[in-house]
Design a binder for this molecule. Structure first.
Ligand code: 5AD
Ligand code: SF4
Length: 437
């Protein structure tokens, strides 16, 4: 019996791609291996969004190449975004790699493996166009929540971003196919589906007949029986009033949006080619909060984009103070080959990027803690995802606003939606208990 092991880096899209690869492998009779040492096929699904993310994937690949040298007979697969970008170049660093599969081609992993003998010639499939046809049923990592990808690729070309270069042009999945998958997952007992795309708001362009993202949400809400729907990532420029109305009106759609701001400075936003201004973004969030009281808005920020001056950075900080995001993912600008920003002088010194990053992280920590403190004593609705990392009878789940909640309870509650009393505020989660009586 052959076994596989997949290690995943990067975003939820990569997690979903790894689940597809697991599906492809299981359809060919492979079983999951608990550890890479026991696997016949080892896949590293790499990321290249920032240099650090890429390095992590490559050092993991290096480890598995070492394993192959010691054990032989192992097939090492470099998959995903860094692999797709570097292709054959990757071999100068990692000559033991057997297969290189770009992020748009993960479904082809099975065919590539069929044509490969361990120790044989290297195979590459790097075409950035998407592999047509239905894939195998993905093997989901969890049993309560699942990702469903609805748009692959990206047409935006933000100055800093390598994604359109490695994942290719935007392609939407037909709505009937998405509906069928969500209905099946709901039938299997999944409580929450997160719809994935680099820019879900542009879903449906290019489909015949064209469909909009709010129309897709309405269809899924009406026809699938799923309890909770989320989606990520939203591009503020494409987040129209019809989507705000869908979030407000459709019962299954959670009161949470991830809306990357990237910068609070109009000058930097223009340099980033984001297509909106700070005022536009403020109005959008205000409108959302008016229509959907209590909605949680989280964001991504980049500090130290080329040309970002101290006063631009202050605008970002000021926007954070004004909007009180529920969560912030902040990153130091990292120049990526082939992007517009990489052609500009990397003008903000490393130490200064570090200082700016530390400031936004510290500020957001305060903001989130304060929001969490205000929730203590109140009730929250939690979808229970299963045992927490702390063990000892601890369960974990999330609110509709996407806040992680830990509490003690019976593991049979997994998959159920429960009402809990908040007892403790932490920087990244809430502590809660089952209310007595
Ligand atoms: N440098 C730093 N951060 C980046 N991101 C994307 N590209 C870069 C880059 N070159 C961040 C953006 C994006 C998130 C997924 O990663 O904030 O929203
Ligand atoms: Fe990383 Fe971007 Fe690829 Fe996701 S799409 S894995 S963030 S490079």
């Amino acid at each position: 019996m052959k076994r596989y092991f997949i290690k995943t880096f990067g975003c939820q899209m990569n997690v979903a791609d790894s689940e597809e690869m697991a599906g492809v492998l299981q359809a060919r009779g492979y079983l999951p291996a608990p550890r890479p040492e026991e696997a016949d096929v080892i896949v590293v699904n790499t990321c290249t969004i920032r240099r650090k993310a890429e390095e992590k994937g490559y050092s993991e690949l290096g480890r598995y190449c070492g394993l192959k040298r010691r054990r032989g007979g192992v097939v090492v697969v470099a998959a995903g975004c860094a692999a797709g970008k570097d292709g054959r170049r990757l071999l100068s660093r990692l000559p033991q790699v057997d297969l290189v599969v770009g992020p748009s081609r993960v479904r082809r992993l099975g065919e590539l493996l069929d044509g490969h003998t361990p120790g044989g010639e290297l195979h590459l499939d790097l075409d950035p166009a998407h592999y047509p046809g239905a894939g195998e049923v993905p093997v989901r990592a969890g049993r309560v929540t699942a990702y469903v990808s609805i748009v692959r690729g990206c047409d935006n070309f933000c100055s800093y971003c390598v994604v359109p270069h490695v994942r290719g042009r935007e392609v939407s999945r037909p709505p009937g196919e998405v509906e069928e998958e969500v209905r099946r997952l709901a039938g299997e007992g999944y409580g929450e589906i997160t719809l994935l795309g680099q820019n879900v708001n542009s879903y449906g362009r290019g489909l015949d007949p064209p469909v909009t993202f709010p129309q897709l949400l309405e269809r899924l809400d009406r026809n699938t029986g799923i309890r909770r729907l989320r989606f990520t990532t939203s591009h503020p420029r494409d987040f129209g009033p019809d989507l705000a109305a869908a979030v407000a009106d459709l019962p299954s759609v959670c009161e949470w949006v991830h809306l990357p701001l990237q910068s609070g400075s109009d000058r930097v936003l223009a340099a980033m080619n984001r297509g909106y201004t700070r005022t536009y973004y403020l109005d959008l969030v205000e409108d959302l909060r008016r229509r959907v009281p209590g909605i949680a808005v989280s964001t991504d920020l980049i500090v130290g984009h080329p040309g970002e001056e101290e006063e631009d950075f202050r605008q970002t900080v000021e926007t954070m103070r004004r909007l009180h995001f529920s969560g912030v993912f902040a990153f130091k600008f990292s120049p990526r080959e082939g992007t517009a920003a990489a052609a500009l002088p990397d003008s903000v010194p490393a130490g200064e990027k570090e200082r700016r990053l530390a400031e936004v992280l510290a500020l957001q920590r305060e903001i989130t803690l304060e929001q969490h403190r205000r929730m203590v004593g109140g009730l929250v609705e939690v979808l229970v995802e299963g045992p927490g990392k702390a063990g000892e009878g601890e369960l974990t789940g999330r609110t509709r606003g996407n806040t992680v909640v830990h509490f003690r309870g019976d593991p049979t509650l997994t998959g159920r939606t429960v009402s809990l009393r908040v007892t403790r505020a932490c920087a990244h989660s809430l502590g809660a208990e089952i209310p007595s009586g």
